[in-house]
Design a protein around this ligand. Structure first.
Ligand code: G3H
Ligand code: 13P
Ligand code: ZN
Length: 328
């Protein structure tokens, strides 16, 4: 059944687990996520980015998610719009039937320019007023995603600040977070702790200086009743980088957010964990390997099936690690 994200995260908070929110762009991702949820008895958050809406079209994404609900009626699903850049964008998603939206007021309508606190409060508050009137949940964001090593946001296309960020934007301030939640009534709050979107998060395995789980603890201590959201939470599995590079890919050395650090965050209020890049890496690795090993195959279903099983195994691993399993 389609449920609101608030309901799902309240349950997660009560029982102390986290829910991965996987980005969805195509049928294969949707199937992989649902088969993994079915195998582990997990609730599901699927989210559509602006890039996904551009790629597949919002109606196709909507029906893909509704098809998932129809085929797996016993699994609770929240249909979430990722990184909305204005109240108007959120409104369109609400009209399309999304049960949850993100109003990312940390960046302007271009998805690139960092904004000030007053702007963020204003757009988020407006989105919350509208969404709550329709029974739709809202995720806000305070602070800007970006590397504590370089001050850069990472992702080049899509959502991400352009240019170098100020150090103080890269770590969400606990006091400001408390004010923000009070002023906007968001259901969940995305925070900045040193992660960034995409595959190039850390040039070496992260330490407390580059990934601040400490900051999560400080924010959670200040606003214990707010559901925290970690963006840029792909772990960038070295096994998949190796497969991609072994079969003709060229991805330089890079590191993601270790699963055990996310698990530590979940112990301190993180309830939604955004993962997109890991599914992309698994998918690409599976296609490269299959086509290299089966050069005479040309039926796309053969290699797309490989992407489904690669992504399904990854989703199962996250559902188990985050404690989502068994909570559908
Ligand atoms: O917001 C970041 C997500 O990874 C979505 O990326 O805009 O390329 O679909 P995208
Ligand atoms: P990754 O690029 O780490 O998968 O993050 C995805 C994300 O935060 C989507 O909003
Ligand atoms: Zn994000």
């Amino acid at each position: 059944a389609l449920i609101s994200m608030r309901q799902m995260l309240d349950h997660a908070a009560e029982y102390g687990y986290g829910v991965p929110a996987f980005n969805v762009n195509n049928l294969e991702q949707m199937r992989a996520i649902m088969e993994a949820a079915d195998a582990t008895d997990s609730p599901v958050i699927v989210q559509a980015s602006a890039g996904a809406r551009k790629y597949a079209g919002a109606p196709f994404l909507r029906h893909l998610i509704l098809a998932a609900v129809e085929e797996f009626p016993h699994i609770p699903v929240a249909m979430h719009q990722d990184h909305g850049t204005s109240p108007a964008v959120c409104q369109r998603s609400i009209q399309l039937g999304f049960s949850s939206v993100m109003m990312d007021g940390s960046l302007g309508e271009d998805g690139k320019t960092p904004t000030d606190y007053a702007y963020n409060v204003d757009v988020t508050r407006r989105a919350v007023d509208m969404a709550h009137a329709c029974g739709v949940s809202v995720e806000g964001e305070l602070g800007c995603l970006g590397s504590l090593e370089t001050g850069m946001a990472g992702e080049e296309d899509g959502i991400g600040a352009e240019g170098k960020l100020d150090m103080e934007q890269l770590l969400t301030d606990p006091e400001e977070a408390a004010e923000f939640v009070k002023a906007t009534h968001v259901d969940a709050l995305a925070i900045a702790i040193g992660t960034s979107h995409g595959a190039y998060k850390f040039t070496k395995p992260p330490t407390g200086d580059t990934l601040s789980i400490q900051r999560i603890k400080e924010i959670h201590a200040r606003i214990p009743d707010t559901h925290l959201v970690m963006h840029g939470s792909s772990s960038v599995p070295q096994e998949w980088l190796d497969v991609i590079n072994q079969y003709g890919g060229e991805i330089p050395e890079t590191y993601g957010v270790p699963v055990e650090e996310i698990v530590e965050g979940i112990k301190h209020g993180v309830r939604k964990v955004n993962v997109d890049t890991d599914l992309r890496l698994a998918s690409t690795g599976a296609v490269r390997r299959f086509l290299a090993e089966n050069p005479s195959e040309f039926d796309p279903r053969k290699f797309l099936k490989e992407t489904v099983s690669a992504m399904r195994e990854l989703c199962i691993a996250r559902y188990e690690a985050f404690g989502t399993a068994g909570n559908a």
